[in-house]
Design a protein around this ligand. Structure first.
Ligand code: FAD
Length: 478
């Protein structure tokens, strides 16, 4: 490879999403000499905000919510007076009726009429009795939901939506994902809540308020970049195309920069922190890892996403944070109206609807033309009664590869093989959603970046570490 430029930094960070930027910020504030490298022209990864002719929107609305004190402190510190507290109110639209989201089982039961409701409660009771006579193994989303809600409720609410989001049968979706998303919600708890005023405070999914930067979620990444650039560099439009290693160490990464991939640079470092998808990382290693590791990397799957945003000549269309559409006949799974999160997301008197179309790269949705995607979205929004055709003023279509790691039953075998192989590199740390192949939210991504940075600092002379501790809040958070 013809390398035109060579540089050395103490720590090289791969990817400038929130995980990479969280690591970069922590290290920069501690006086380290770092470089952050990003393929895209802008930072933020999945948590960026698109700006278009006075409109702003995230790649699917991103609410910030955390139980981790350090992460919350960091976000509050950098965004200070830009943060809004937004009340969350979301609905599921199913067979022309609205239900609460997250699903409140009593609302779901009562909204179905007496015969179906009796079926749901009976089914739930059967599941409870079954559990007492020998516990069945819970492997998939289907097993988990049926156990906690009964089969009827699973069939009505969970099956169609989950299969729309993930593109595979519910009995192939690994239960690890379920536990993180709909943890501790159950019909039993809902009934107890209704009868005995169960507080629900321990259930993260029910949280009713969140933080949101007034100019879109991308402000978090933008601010982190600004802070890092006070002492270090964030290189954008620079795709990592090769990662050289020798023995138990990563030695350098090579980037191609510019629209035509015109300039090639090599970046050496003592430590490497990677937030790029772990499968990509493995494929970029030079010399190549053993075939079984490469094979495992190629088997890790992701769900992709097409975002179709429709700009509307009206002040407001909905009063919800998100609306979910489980039915397969509707092409999108979820919509949000950014102006309900912050009025600054659209010019005065106008609004926009962001629709999320879950897909796999190369399938019919992914490959459809922008014109077709816009048209099918507009027709459905009109049929659902949200907009009128003459109100549509513009549209933007984005294709987002690898939006969700896909946790198919058995994926851990591939993941473990990759992690066991990468463990040999004593100067490589993996962080973030794609980097660790975890169902991480933004707070987890930032947290993993901070933790990796602290790991690097822990191996450094003491004064270096103290500077970060001075800057962080007291208490370690959860
Ligand atoms: C539709 C949707 C809605 C979401 N809503 C929420 C929400 O409401 N709340 C919440 O907390 N979280 C939400 N999330 C999750 C959140 O977006 C992620 O957890 C977080 O942004 C992950 O950050 P990251 O840095 O780990 O990964 P990423 O954002 O994926 O960053 C990785 C970066 O690496 C770069 N990269 C990849 N390959 C290369 C290469 N070869 N060379 C250089 N750079 C490379 C990428 O361009 C990217 O910028 C949502 C996600 C999606 C998809």
């Amino acid at each position: 490879m013809d390398v035109t430029n060579r540089q050395t930094n103490e720590v090289v960070i791969l990817g400038a999403g929130l995980a990479g930027l969280g690591a970069g910020y922590t290290l920069s504030r501690s006086g380290a000499d770092i470089l952050v490298i990003e393929a895209d022209a802008t930072v933020g990864g999945l948590a960026k905000t698109i700006h278009y002719r006075g409109f702003r929107f995230d790649i699917g609305g991103h609410r910030f919510k955390t139980n981790n004190k350090k992460t919350e402190y960091l976000v509050r510190q950098i965004l200070n007076n830009e943060l809004l507290v937004v009340r969350r109110s979301s609905k599921i639209l199913l067979r022309d009726k609205y239900f609460d989201y997250p699903l409140k089982p009593l609302n779901a039961v009562s909204g179905m009429g007496i015969p179906k409701a009796s079926g749901i409660i009976l089914d739930y009771a059967v599941e409870q009795i079954r559990q007492r006579f020998g516990d069945r193994k819970i492997v998939s989303l289907e097993d988990w939901v049926v156990r906690h809600f009964g089969r009827t409720l699973f069939n009505i609410y969970f099956k169609e939506y989950s299969e729309k989001v993930w593109g595979i049968d519910c009995n192939r979706i690994c239960m690890e994902w379920v536990e993180q998303r709909i943890q501790r919600l159950s019909l039993g708890k809902a009934i107890r809540k209704a009868l005995f005023k169960y507080s629900g405070r321990d259930v993260h999914t029910l949280a009713s308020e969140f933080l949101y930067p007034s100019q879109g979620i991308g402000r978090i990444a933008g601010k982190l970049k600004e802070e890092i650039e006070k002492s270090n560099r964030v290189l954008t439009s620079s795709r990592i195309v090769r990662i050289d290693h020798c023995g138990d160490r990563i030695e350098s990464v090579t980037t191609r920069t510019g629209q035509m991939d015109s300039r090639t640079s090599m970046h050496k470092g003592s430590e490497f922190i990677s937030s790029i998808p772990v499968a990509t990382l493995v494929q970029l290693l030079h010399p190549k890892p053993p075939t079984d590791v490469l094979d495992a990397a190629s088997r890790l799957k992701y769900r992709d996403l097409v975002i179709v945003t429709i700009m509307v000549n009206r002040e407001r269309v909905t009063d919800q944070t998100w609306i979910y559409f489980p039915e397969q006949k509707i092409p999108f799974g979820r919509i949000h109206e950014p102006t309900n999160w912050s009025r600054k997301m659209a010019p005065e008197g106008k609004t926009l609807l962001v629709t999320e179309h879950f897909c796999f790269r190369g399938d019919e949705t992914w490959s459809a033309s922008d014109g077709d995607l816009a048209e099918r979205t507009i027709i459905n929004l009109i049929n659902l009664g949200f907009i009128k055709r003459h109100e549509v003023i513009d549209k933007v279509i984005l294709r987002i590869p690898r939006a969700y790691p896909l946790f198919e039953v058995g994926y851990t075998e591939q993941h473990d093989k990759i992690c066991n192989y990468l463990d040999r590199y004593c100067n490589l740390r993996l962080i973030g959603r794609g980097g660790m192949f975890r169902y991480y939210n933004m707070d987890h991504a930032i947290e993993s970046g901070i933790a990796a940075a602290e790991g690097v600092m822990a191996e450094r002379p003491e004064p270096f570490r103290e500077r970060w501790e001075e800057l962080s809040p007291t208490g370690t958070g959860s």
